[in-house]
Design a protein around this ligand. Sequence first.
Ligand SMILES: [Zn+2]
Length: 270
Amino acid sequence: MPEGHTIHRLANLQKKLFAGRVVAASSPQGRFSEGAALIDAHVVRTAEAVGKHLFQHYRGAPTLHIHLGLFGKVATGVGEPPVPWGALRLRLVTDEAWLDLRGATTCELLEPYEVAALIARLGPDPLRSDADPVRAWQRIGRSPTEVGALLMDQKVLAGIGNVYRAEILYRHRVDPFLPGRQLPEEVWVQMWADLVTLMRSGVRTGRIETVRAEDRARVRGPLQRSEAGYVYRRQGQPCRVCGTEIRTEVLVGRNLFWCPHCQPPGARGC
Ligand SMILES: [Zn+2]
C-alpha cells in the first residue's frame, strides 16, 4: 500500500495540473457515474493529502475523496488522454491534462462537514504543517499496545505505512513490541522530528531512504535500492550496524522487521 509521501506527491501533482481548471469528469466503467456527473464541468479549487487520503476540492461541488487502498492506481498525463481501458472508475480531463483512477478502495464525494469529520478521526500527519504531534503522543503514551502496532494505526498517526514503521523504530533503537506507555516522551519527540524529515525527503524523491551516510557500505555514488533501508524486507540479512540477522514477524497483519540486537526486548530508544 502506498505510504503518505506517495499520496502527498499525487496531491502536489494534481494541484499543479488541475487547480483552477474546469474538468470533464466521467466514469467509463460506470461505477462512479453519478459522482462524476456532480463534479463534471466544475473548477478544481485545490488538491491535498491527509495521511493516505487524497482530496480534490471543487468550486460549487462536493469534495472528491480517494483512498487507494492496496490496489488503487492513479495515472496522470498531459495532452490527449489514452483510449480508456480496464476498470476505469474515474477520468478527469482538462484542456491540458488528464487523470485516470482505477481499483481504489474509496472514490466518493463528501460534503465539507464529512471531510472535517474524516480528518478529525485521523492522527496527525508528519507531512502537514498543521500537524500536532502531541495528539499522537496522547494516545501512544497511554497505550498498552505495542509501539509497532500504534505507528500503523491511522487514528494515532496518519500516513505511516509498513516501511516507515520498521525504519523509524530501527533508527531510534526502539523494541517494536514495547508497549506505547513505556516509550519515553523525549524519544517520541525525536521520532516525530525524524519522520517529518524522512517523509519530506520521500515526497521530494519519491523513494523511502533511511540509511544514514555513515551506515552505508559504499560512501560514494548514488544510493542503490538495496541500500535504502535498515531493516525493511531485509530478514535473514546482516544488520548494517551490528551484523545480527534481521528478523521478521507479523504484527497487525503486516510483516514487521527489526534487529534483535539493536532493538532488544524492552529497548526504549536512544
Ligand atoms: Zn543491529
